[in-house]
Design a protein around this ligand. Sequence first.
Ligand code: ADP
Ligand code: MG
Length: 267
Amino acid sequence: MSLLKVEGLGKSFGGVKAVDGISFTLAKGELLALIGPNGAGKSTTFNMVNGQLKADRGSIQLEGHELIGRKPRDIWRLGVGRTFQIAETFESLTVVENVQMALLSNDHRLYNLWRRAAAHRRDEAIALLGQVGMAEQADRPCSELAYGDVKRVELAIAMANNPRLLLMDEPTAGMAPNERNALMALTKKLVTERGMAVLFTEHSMDVVFAYADRMIVLARGRLIAEGKPLEIRDHPKVQEVYFGTGKTFEKHGGQPAAAAPTEAAHG
Ligand code: ADP
Ligand code: MG
């Protein structure tokens, strides 16, 4: 049985069908990439799954629980996690304190108890940081970290809730290619070790082809292709959408260039 089953999901903003009746499934232990040009409806899809946006139609089932209509907090409790950017207010905290905060909120404790509970769950937080290779930097302020390391801490924070499904919307945005690969390799490791499922968006096709088990492709709110990376790479509709955009499939400007469409597939 699928962990996540999305059927006929739709959402419009005014006259714009941001997501127009898409269906897909996600299995336990699967790393599924959601790709598509800017404005394709990727973030809208994510935000319906995590409850930030209410779908107009369709259904989103997590192991048989309908998620549409539930509050984000309830969806989070059911085991749907997502990576958050570390807020500026928490940059003054150290790496390990940020993860301890996440563990505390998972205990449904209040933020203002935090200072009194400073030692609380430190070992557990360090263990989580160990999983993302950040244990040695545990006591540094987050504000001092390199960008790629902040992203790893964000991943540790998302892990604090022990999610069964993790949503990552553009997790590698702003990262250098080697940092992107490191973060996705780490994500893949966590998926394997924890049997977690991940739904992620990513602009770099090199990264998607290297790490995704399966891909779904959106264009103008519709799901135009689904399959394993190699199947998607040669899919005519995908070629059409990304025609002439080069290696990354990024930012389709609506003006097809004269370049050979197959260029997008080479890595
Ligand atoms: P993607 O993440 O694939 O770039 P989005 O899901 O952000 O795409 O957007 C899909 C479409 O919905 C776009 O046309 C966008 O302008 C529109 N859209 C997204 N969010 C809103 C919103 N809150 N209000 C109005 N239109 C929106
Ligand atoms: Mg987006």
